[in-house]
Design a protein. Structure first.
Length: 312
């Protein structure tokens, strides 16, 4: 009898651990074949996903034996949490396991965007020597602003502080008395943070409260010449308004790892085409060799424990 279906990529060692105790069906392309996935999940006690599998509507309706969803990551916006709760299906994210990977991505992006020297190879091979055009900015003493100051943002902040950056954040869900605010400029309003940050990094989940949070008005409230990094979720940022701010030169650059539609649809690709100083990556900030091992091991352990507990 099938115990666990894994519909997106997962580390082999963690899979082998699960296979030693359970019947596992692993196919990292299943997220793109929802009908087949529904059929498989109808017999399974557990489902392990990343961010592409829509654990909602028809999939949940088909999943009659489902007891546990293991999430190889932290974002839960692809999962209908209310429906899972109502059915008694546990949803288990890999909390914290990819935070270092995201933090290193954000720091790298901040340095690349501020310095602006790392796209000169083509010009140099053409015989140019564009030194004056490539005089960039230092991170030290600039202000890194965080929208959302949870554990991933704090991993970024400690690294940014080590570079000599000032740390500022807006997080209405963290009480002012929380010790994490020590040494951090705490902003009561989003507008206050936007006006202060030289580098703005987004670290909030996609919820009804955060959808469209960084819209045209928010972007126009940012410091002229600031740069923006989004590793949270695409729906939080108005992509068209960002491109407009980049083209107008109000913002100096952006790095986007997450998008309203993933992979990019044709219209979004056209929108982003040739936008100045825009770095695009395919939802990979949280995925490194090491984080994939940690996330997979944590998820395997979470699912194993839940299945054993439920059987007992
Ligand atoms: O939510 C997350 O942690 C990110 O989406 C990365 O995880 P994923 O690759 O599993 O989506």
């Amino acid at each position: 009898m099938l115990d666990i279906v894994v519909s997106e990529f997962m580390d082999e060692a963690a899979l082998d651990g699960l296979r030693s105790e359970f019947e596992v069906h692993y196919d990292p392309t299943l997220a793109d074949r929802p009908r087949e996935l529904e059929l498989l999940v109808s017999a399974a006690r557990a489902l392990i996903v990343r961010n592409r599998t829509r654990v909602q509507g028809p999939l949940l309706a088909a999943a009659r034996r489902l007891e546990v969803v293991g999430r190889l990551g932290v974002g839960l916006d692809n999962i209908d949490l209310d429906a899972c709760r109502a059915r008694g299906i546990e949803v288990l994210p890999a909390t914290g396991a990819n935070a270092v990977a995201v933090a290193e991505y954000v720091i790298a992006a901040a340095l690349v965007l501020l310095r602006g020297v790392f796209a000169a190879t083509d010009a140099m091979l053409e015989g140019q020597w564009p030194r004056e055009r490539l005089v960039g900015r230092e991170a030290a003493r600039r202000r890194m602003g965080f929208v959302g100051f949870g554990s991933t943002a704090r991993q970024v902040a400690s690294r940014a502080a080590a570079l000599g950056m000032r740390i500022a954040a807006y997080d209405p869900h963290l009480p002012a008395t929380d010790p994490v605010w020590q040494g951090v400029e705490r902003h009561e309003t989003l507008e206050g943070l936007l006006a202060a940050a030289d580098v703005l990094s987004l670290h909030v989940p996609l919820t009804a409260e955060t959808r469209g949070l960084i819209d045209a008005t928010a972007l126009s409230a940012m410091r002229p010449g600031a740069v923006l990094i989004n590793t949270s979720r695409g729906g939080i940022l108005d992509e068209a308004a960002l491109v407009e701010a980049l083209r107008a030169g109000r913002l100096a650059g952006a790095a986007l790892d997450v998008f309203a539609t993933e992979p990019l649809d044709r219209d979004t690709a056209l929108l982003f085409d040739a936008a100045p100083n825009l770095i695009l990556t395919p939802h990979i900030a949280g995925v490194t060799v090491e984080s994939n091992e940690r996330v997979s091991a944590m998820t395997a352990a979470n699912v194993r424990k839940a299945l054993k507990r439920k059987r007992a």
